[in-house]
Design a protein around this ligand. Structure first.
Ligand SMILES: [Zn+2]
Length: 232
């Protein structure tokens, strides 16, 4: 009996260790992500593992794990023998191309998604929009990076509901939201987008595909215009 108890105890302890390690890695990842999104880590700059180890007072493992995950998200580049650096800012040309692509795909996807919208899907979109609106915590950088992530989820879900996986993959592959939110760290980027998301949600709720298409087009055009000054 005692042996079994001990085994259970050891397993629980091991589980606890794994959970702590997981939550530590997740915490470190979120913190570096927030620094990248809010430009505290400057686009194109070198990222030194040893500096992050000191800053977060953790071992190399969670730092390397976080950087590997960020590399997969296109935010960090790794060069053999040189190390890590933050992905450079997208160029003006790339920006124009990205918005041209979005304007071709996303308004049409919004119209199409209207037909498949049900209570559950609408609730999922409203949840993403709700997280963006929440002003919790004092850390503005964390709030900004959360907003960027939720915005990516919000737009991805709409394309998912439009049921064209190729369009979804194409847009996901660009890591659009992570790049555009790094162009400018400013509250205007987030505040105005919230109202535009509301207009998209209202069109979905009304089951009006034309209004959804229009609202999405307006949102993407406004987003483009808000970020253009970053290139001046
Ligand atoms: Zn948006």
């Amino acid at each position: 009996m005692q042996n079994t108890d001990l085994t259970v105890d050891n397993e629980a302890r091991a589980r606890g260790r794994i959970q702590r390690a997981n939550s530590l890695a997740g915490h470190v990842y979120e913190a570096i992500f927030a620094q990248l999104m809010s430009l505290r880590i400057v686009p194109g700059s070198r990222i030194t593992v040893d500096n992050l180890v000191k800053e977060f007072n953790v071992s190399h493992t969670p730092i390397r794990e976080a950087l590997g995950r960020l590399e997969g998200e296109g935010l960090v580049l790794k060069t053999h023998l040189i190390g890590y650096r933050a992905a450079p800012q997208i160029t003006r040309r790339r920006f124009d191309e990205l918005y041209e692509l979005r304007l071709m795909l996303e308004p049409a996807a919004a119209a199409k998604a209207t037909a498949t919208m049900d209570g559950e899907r609408l609730a999922a979109l409203q949840a993403a929009a709700g997280v963006m609106a929440r002003r919790v915590g004092k850390d503005e950088r964390l709030r900004y990076s959360n907003f960027a992530r939720q915005d990516a989820i919000f737009h991805d879900k709409i394309v998912e509901f439009a049921q064209n996986e190729l369009i979804r993959e194409t847009l996901n592959h660009q890591h659009t939201h992570f790049h555009i939110f790094r162009l400018m760290y400013h509250s205007r980027v987030t505040e105005e987008a919230l109202d535009e998301h509301e207009a998209i949600l209202a069109a979905f709720a009304a089951g009006d595909p034309d209004a959804a298409e229009k609202a999405m087009r307006a949102h993407i055009e406004n987003s483009r215009d808000r970020l253009l000054p970053a290139f001046e």
